[in-house]
Design a protein around this ligand. Structure first.
Ligand SMILES: [Zn+2]
Length: 509
């Protein structure tokens, strides 16, 4: 190559780099616009569905009412709280508000008509105790689920400014979804806010004009994901590289993800469990160490944002197909098992079933249907890892038999399972799902909860035998005996006694 050619090639390369840079800038601008369009489209769609003209929410005056009753005795903590509530809130209040009462001076919750179709008439979920918001709250608890405690810590050590307000620029949903008729059925959605992904945009006036702090409880984004097992799925021909969902020979996938924080409508939650609201409130109050006294004193507040983990939806293919009854849907509902899901522990079938679920969901989407995996933060059957490991020890120190499997958990936790699937189908309603063609789960509890919510399951698909780790036979056979779905054999108690796992001495500590 002579110098001229080299110079020419260098010029071409530099031009190409410029074009690439410009393309990236363009793509990011398009992304930015798409986000805004999604939020606008979402806001318009819910308003159109409600057939109302967009109107700003009625401005509430935050006028401080005065107490007319004379003070006859020294102020009790209740009265102190009342006085505090009357005082124009300042960012640094010196007095602690232990609790509030309905009708108390200064208490002026923003209207909340759960199940109302029109988001303006329904009202925003307001839980913050920030300046300007504390008296307008219509929800008990805090944002962030279990992370609310870290938020409290960050405030305590002044890592977050007292008057910090979130800036939601460019955080709009990556795709538009709904609204679906299920969103305005107060019996179908009781454990999440159907408008949670649009909250800052739907309720902008409350934020801007009334200084009320409102945050989204749902966020929607897009990503690529790579699971090492799926490289094999491509190699073995089960997954095809299509450049759209399965992007390359490594089995890299394009996915739309929805993160959802729990928002409980207490009357609806109580009804799902067949108990009365008072019993639910009392139990939530007592068994969280009395953390949420407003559960008892504020019967007018019907929403509770519990300090628990939420869920993530992984959707493969076109999100708009999820709600189309003419399109096939494959679904896995998976409850967290960190040891297996992330770290590959072989005592259970969690990660293998999760991988199988992802693979089948992708296949369905590639065949023109849609595929969804929903991941719930319910570690160790919602008993947590400490209880889970205690159970492992009890199992492995005795003889780890399938016939004893559930008894070990029950002896320690007092219950076999605390996942209580009754609230799980809410997310299916929210996604607009009306039937499931292939349910990638053997759990009778998940099956029954979904079917009870009026969503038929056409086919149940067990985990293939070859994906079951040897040591996890104890668990899976015990579960099948207890009612888990199988296309194979359900063992008798005698046979279960012969299904044994690895002993204590074999466990590599
Ligand atoms: Zn597991």
């Amino acid at each position: 190559m002579n110098e001229d050619t080299i110079s020419l090639l260098t010029q071409i390369l530099s031009k190409l780099e410029t074009i690439e840079k410009e393309n990236k800038a363009l793509a990011s601008t398009v992304d930015l616009i798409t986000g805004r369009v999604n939020a606008l489209a979402g806001v318009k769609a819910v308003r159109d569905a409600a057939k109302t003209t967009p109107a700003p929410p009625k401005t509430h005056t935050v006028a401080v009412r005065t107490v007319t009753e004379p003070e006859a005795h020294p102020a009790s903590p209740t009265e102190e709280a009342s006085k505090e509530a009357q005082r124009p809130a300042t960012p640094a209040t010196s007095r602690i508000i232990l609790t509030t009462y309905p009708g108390q001076s200064g208490i002026d919750p923003i209207i909340m008509n759960w199940g109302e179709k029109d988001p303006v008439k329904r009202g925003p979920v307001v839980v913050s105790r920030a300046f300007g918001t504390v008296r307008r709250r219509n929800a008990i608890g805090a944002h962030g689920g279990s992370y609310s405690i870290y938020h409290a810590l960050a405030m305590a050590i002044k890592e977050i400014k007292v008057d910090h307000r979130p800036d939601f620029t460019n955080t709009e949903p990556a795709v538009n979804i709904g609204p679906f008729p299920q969103w305005s059925d107060p019996k179908k959605i009781v454990a999440m806010d159907p408008f949670g992904h649009l909250a800052p945009w739907l309720y902008k006036d409350y934020i801007d004009k009334e200084n009320v702090e409102i945050r989204p409880t749902i966020a929607i984004t897009k990503a690529h994901m790579r699971l090492p097992e799926l490289e094999n799925s491509v190699k073995e021909g089960r997954l095809k590289v299509d450049g759209k969902i399965c992007l390359n020979e490594f089995g890299e996938l394009a996915v739309t993800k929805f993160a959802v924080e729990p928002v409980w409508y207490l009357p609806g939650v109580a009804e799902r469990f067949g108990i009365d609201e008072g019993t639910l409130r009392r139990s939530l109050f007592e068994h969280t160490g009395g953390s949420f006294p407003e559960l008892i004193t504020r019967g007018d507040i019907k929403l509770f944002m519990p300090p628990i983990g939420g869920l993530t939806v992984y959707c493969f293919g076109d999100v708009s197909k999820l709600s189309d009854p003419n399109v096939r849907l494959a679904l896995r509902v998976h409850d967290e098992c960190n040891g297996s899901d992330v770290f590959g522990s072989d005592i259970c079938t969690c990660r293998p079933y999760l991988i199988f679920g992802v693979e089948e969901a992708v296949k369905e989407a590639q065949n023109g249907g849609s595929g969804v995996v929903i991941y719930f933060r319910k570690e160790g059957r919602a008993l947590g890892e400490v209880t889970k490991y205690l159970v492992y020890n009890a199992r492995k120190r005795g003889v780890d038999r399938a016939s004893e499997y559930f008894k070990r958990t029950e002896n320690i936790a007092g219950v076999k399972d605390m996942r209580f699937q009754a609230l799980m189908p809410d997310i299916l309603h929210w996604l607009g799902i009306t039937k499931i063609d292939r349910m990638l789960s053997m759990s009778n509890m998940k099956h029954d909860a979904i079917v009870e919510q009026g969503i038929p399951i056409l086919e149940r698909v067990p985990i293939p035998d070859e994906m079951i780790p040897a040591d996890s036979r104890v668990e899976i056979d015990a579960k099948i005996h207890a009612g888990y779905f199988t296309t194979g054999k359900t063992m008798s108690m005698d046979e279960l006694a012969n299904v044994k796992g690895r002993g204590w001495d074999d466990v590599d500590h």
